[in-house]
Design a protein around this ligand. Structure first.
Ligand SMILES: Cc1cc2nc3c(=O)[nH]c(=O)nc-3n(C[C@H](O)[C@H](O)[C@H](O)COP(=O)(O)OP(=O)(O)OC[C@H]3O[C@@H](n4cnc5c(N)ncnc54)[C@H](O)[C@@H]3O)c2cc1C
Length: 467
């Protein structure tokens, strides 16, 4: 890899090869996983390149193609599967400055890939009282391109399902990695070629996303003596079609008491909670429903005093992967899993898994609507002991019918459905024939005959050697 020749070719573009900065921008939240931390801690790129326009992006990709240099795209680097880490070095393609909000219309917004989700909402709210349908809990820092390429759903999924569901992305413009890069426009079925593909088969240069009505959302926390009461409440609330919510998150004791430091004043010992975001106009109905099922409202932002509210993070920053972040800040030995409790048996499965690992795994659910049905994902916290035990906990979930999207693996397939995505692989053959985009993340490309049932972890041969 001739990085000096590449640098000459990129003259006039914003580049940075300061090793400390390159290393910092070569990392994401991979350290969430003790397994990935060990495997990827040494990984670093050679150069950061920050294009400001699609024309500059095309110049970068053409030059890297000419010199055979790998390119790993990066939005804000909040991915927690090591998605944005350049396993074979090369260019870290920083898309943060392609962040223009280009147009807003009823039901849609067009932006550059680097636009931050909260900034998009600020603009669409001011323009016409609209907001994005879905956001990760990293709403304040994550980019829209990184969310589409590396995320899966989050706040809002209770109404709209997952990012890859039809209609949740309207259009993507994607630049290919060829001698003369092309910009392709993808809509409908073709969107599945690049959504959640970790940037392995094209660089998203523009996005068009659907919008929904923006309301004032009220943060509420409801307390329960038993975790399963919180889980049943979350499920029943999610089924109340007339009450508009954006987040329904049951979390088992002692997680809130141990890790939600700023909320401790509201919590009783042993109390499990359900964190909710409800539309202001639905608050009365929500409170009536909660009273009917004997839920105890322990925090209500609509009636809390300024003193009570002081210093509290927003509700969504207690939820999704922020629950894990709060736990890790207090106890670095905590790790987590990402599971699904499939409809219609979600509550029975939750109950079974919650009872299976006392003192070792602590339940945390996120209610969502998938294919029209209310069900829940889990992001349970795990007291980490060994990798073998973690694998065993994964196996026990899967044997009991709860698929795990393993956050301790850096490949698309192992972190996802454990099978080849033929559509994404075919698209990569078209758009990145030399295999230079985010190498090592798509097993199907590296080893088409890989046996996902082998029980072994895939090890990318091109992974930089430590030391
Ligand atoms: C505290 C915390 C909470 C989180 N909560 C959620 C959640 O609720 N829901 C959820 O889905 N995820 C969640 N995540 C994971 C992550 O934040 C999201 O996936 C986020 O949207 C990633 O955005 P980013 O801009 O940081 O992307 P990055 O981490 O920079 O990139 C993510 C992936 O996309 C690729 N990529 C980036 N930009 C482009 C582009 N323009 N074209 C092609 N590929 C590109 C990168 O190579 C990488 O593979 C969370 C992570 C943390 C640390």
């Amino acid at each position: 890899m001739d990085v000096s020749a590449l640098k000459r070719d990129l003259e006039g573009l914003k580049i940075d090869d300061n090793p400390a900065i390159v290393q910092q921008k070569s990392r994401d939240f991979y350290w969430y996983s003790p397994v990935l931390k060990q495997q990827l801690d040494h990984v670093t790129g050679d150069l950061i390149v920050t294009p400001k326009t699609e024309a500059e992006l095309i110049r970068v990709l053409a030059a890297c193609h000419r010199h055979g240099v790998p390119v790993t795209p990066r939005g804000s680097g909040t991915g927690n599967y090591g998605q944005a880490m350049p396993l074979s070095g090369g260019v870290v393609l920083n898309l943060a400055e392609m962040n223009e909000i280009k147009s807003i219309a009823p039901g849609r917004v067009v932006t550059g890939p680097g636009a931050i989700l909260a900034d998009i909402d600020k603009a669409t709210r001011a323009h016409s009282g609209q907001e994005l349908r879905l956001s990760p809990s990293t709403y304040n820092t994550a980019s829209i391109g990184g969310f589409i390429a590396g995320g899966s759903g989050g706040v809002g999924s209770i109404n709209f399902g997952g990012l890859r569901d039809f209609g949740n992305v309207l259009r993507l413009r994607v630049v290919t990695m060829e001698a003369e890069p092309k910009a392709l426009e993808l809509t409908g079925e073709n969107l599945h070629k690049v959504t959640h593909a970790y940037g392995t088969n094209g660089i998203i240069s523009e996005v068009e996303m659907p919008l929904t009505a923006a309301y004032d959302w009220v943060d509420v926390i409801v307390g329960f003596d038993a975790f399963m009461d919180a889980a049943r409440y979350g499920n029943a609330l999610a089924c109340q079609d007339g009450i508009l919510t954006k987040l329904i998150t049951p979390i088992a004791a002692p997680v809130p008491q141990l890790y939600f430091k700023r909320h401790q004043k509201f919590l009783r010992e042993g109390q499990s909670i359900c964190v909710v975001m409800v539309a202001q106009h639905g608050l009365d109905a929500f409170l009536a429903f909660t009273r009917r099922v004997s839920g105890e409202v322990i925090y209500n932002a609509a009636t809390a005093t300024p003193d009570e509210k002081k210093g509290l993070p927003p509700a969504y920053e207690l939820a999704w992967n922020h629950t894990t972040l709060r736990a890790l800040r207090v106890d670095p030995s905590i790790t987590y899993l990402q599971s699904l409790y499939p409809f219609p048996n979600q509550l029975a499965l939750v109950e079974k898994m919650d009872a299976m690992f006392p003192g070792e795994v602590f339940s945390h659910l996120e209610f969502v609507r998938l294919d029209g049905n209310v069900t829940c994902f889990g992001l349970p916290l795990v007291k980490f002991t060994t990798e073998a035990r973690l694998d065993e906990i994964v196996r026990l979930h899967e044997e009991n019918g709860c698929p795990i999207f393993n956050p301790h693996r850096y490949t698309l397939e192992e972190g996802g459905m454990k099978q080849t995505d033929a559509v994404q692989l075919a698209f990569k053959r078209e758009t990145d024939p030399l295999g230079l985009l985010n190498p090592g993340k798509m097993i199907a490309w590296e080893n088409p005959d890989y046996d996902y049932r082998s029980g072994r972890t895939f090890l990318f041969k091109g992974l930089q050697k430590a030391g």
